[in-house]
Design a protein around this ligand. Sequence first.
Ligand SMILES: NC(=O)c1ccc[n+]([C@@H]2O[C@H](COP(=O)([O-])OP(=O)(O)OC[C@H]3O[C@@H](n4cnc5c(N)ncnc54)[C@H](OP(=O)(O)O)[C@@H]3O)[C@@H](O)[C@H]2O)c1
Length: 318
Amino acid sequence: MSSKPVLISGATGLVGKRLLQCLQQQGVELRALSRSPRPAADTGPPPATQFYTWDGFTPPTQAVRNTQAIVHLAGEPIFAGIPTRARRLRMRDSRIQSTRNLVNQIAQLPADQRPATLICASAVGIYGDQGENEIDEQSSIFKATPEPMGNTFLAQVCRDWESEAARAEEFGVRVCSLRIGIVLSRAGGALPRMLLPFRLGLGGPFGRGQHWVPWIHLDDLCGLIAFAIQHSELRGPINAVAPEAVRNLELSHTLGRLLNRPTFLPVPPILLRLVLGDLANELLDSRKIKPARAMAAGFQFQFKQLEDALVQELRPRP
Ligand SMILES: NC(=O)c1ccc[n+]([C@@H]2O[C@H](COP(=O)([O-])OP(=O)(O)OC[C@H]3O[C@@H](n4cnc5c(N)ncnc54)[C@H](OP(=O)(O)O)[C@@H]3O)[C@@H](O)[C@H]2O)c1
């Protein structure tokens, strides 16, 4: 890697924290953006990280200058409570306006002080419901119509998010938008939320559980981000999902088996829709997605099989 620093937004989140550790182990100089001037010691970045305060709504002036890459992960969590109108607005603005401000700031810099690469988070939600189709970043169905993907709230947010990020290409910056699947980690995100009902014997598939669920282990996601910083042949949308998608039913049965708990109680889709409104689509839509670009570039997944990823995360630790 270049000797210039890597700047990470959302560095106090699930992915950001692990990414900081991962890049620090590779000897990379790190900068972080966060809304909190001093995150608590247990959630904050490693000590060597240079820290900048940023809420996404102002230009992150000094932090961006002379970096080798920016990894933009910040965004209001999608599944943290009832999706009120105000929260939906925050979900959107915290991603799209912040990306716009980052790119505007990049544009202000002299060319020799701009980052070579912008890696921006996105999500598999962009694909909407694809049923049994197996898709990758370049599937022919996406060439058939101008807006072939999902038409949900999150799909639209992801489309706009990717478009804002792609503007950095105009300023000589290579842009990768990572379409991230469900990130599996005991440290946060979906898995800890699933564990409680499953441990109580109340876990089960969503509906009939026939829909395909794209997932990725946290270590593979961080590995892929580090890989994308180094591999200049990668650009544009990149599916950040494990090579083996599973049906929701298999996810539920595997988790139940590993926890030695029954999984015969399905969660009715109507209940999910009552609580989450249209965001329930993110849990019910079917996406059988291949990480074609990552694999073609030679990225080696550590966790290709769901069971290996779950065993790793459920293993007791000292
Ligand atoms: N985890 C998944 O399963 C998953 C799947 C698909 C896509 N993604 C996307 O990948 C990115 C990283 O995911 P993650 O799981 O690490 O997220 P996360 O744990 O929720 O962390 C996101 C970070 O964004 C910042 N943030 C939160 N609300 C914000 C707001 N209203 N305005 C500005 N910043 C805000 C916070 O940092 P500070 O408090 O330090 O500012 C937080 O640490 C997110 O954009 C997420 O949508 C994640």
